[in-house]
Design a protein around this ligand. Sequence first.
Ligand code: CP
Length: 311
Amino acid sequence: MTHFLNINNISDLNKMVEEAIVLKANPFMFQTLGAQKTLVLLFFNASLRTRISTELAAKNLGMNVIVLNVSDAWQLEFEDGIVMNLHTSEHIKEAAQVISQYASIIGVRAFPSLSDKAKDQSEWVLNAFSNLASVPVINMESATAHPLQALADAITIAEHRQSQAPKVVLSWAPHPKALPHAVANSFVRMMQLQDVEFCITHPEGYDLDPNIIKDTPVFYDQEKALQNADFVYVKNWSSFNDYGKILTPKTNWMMTQQKIGHAKFMHCLPVRRNVVVEDAILDSVQSLCIEQSNNRTYAAQIVLKKMLESL
Ligand code: CP
């Protein structure tokens, strides 16, 4: 594996999930693979899970890890040919080459603006690093994708599935802040590649990118979509068509124990209690979200392992 920018970079998804579950049982089985290799993690945005689980995964493989909050470094310029006489101090052309000298692998987290759709869709930060760095790049959540989260979600479903093709529902939830589409996008793509019965439910106006949805069934009727669900993945996202906007409040879309029935509850975290989902679900054995967070380590570890084997 060279870069890990989205799920399409995984050649055999089922095998990858199986290998991650094996790693989880014995996290130190490849503890010399990363010796004398360094992972540099660049955070343009906040993180709890990605930051700690990716570092832990690298250390389980014997790697050194350096974490940089990009806000602590010189302000980066991404535009080509620009006269840099304003607030930016260092061009990505130098920065990516310089970091590549210190790193065997680079991880990048860079959220979208949610104001400039075309620019966000172009993945200008992630692609600048993957085009200009001379080492592999891992997407730790970009403007449009969160493949490490989706891989952890696939591992979690594989561990908990009770039937060959369980029913999985992605259910939109209310949220006071406008949130990106990355988690939903990658989860949709991941489910399209899995042996599951999958559908999406959200209020009108919250349709995701049609290039991602393709022929996945979408219901505006949440109750209808949730019927006979085995796994319910709850997530907010802002409007894609009315880009980055929160439309009229839909507080009645919060996930409740009555709505979810006996299905397992999934969420990438962080989650706002009693806005996105009620306490009764999060505090019950139906909730898999702590296990999803645990599986972030093994998702990152299997990706790093493949990259180290390709160096
Ligand atoms: N789910 C997730 O990516 O969590 P963090 O934003 O805390 O890394």
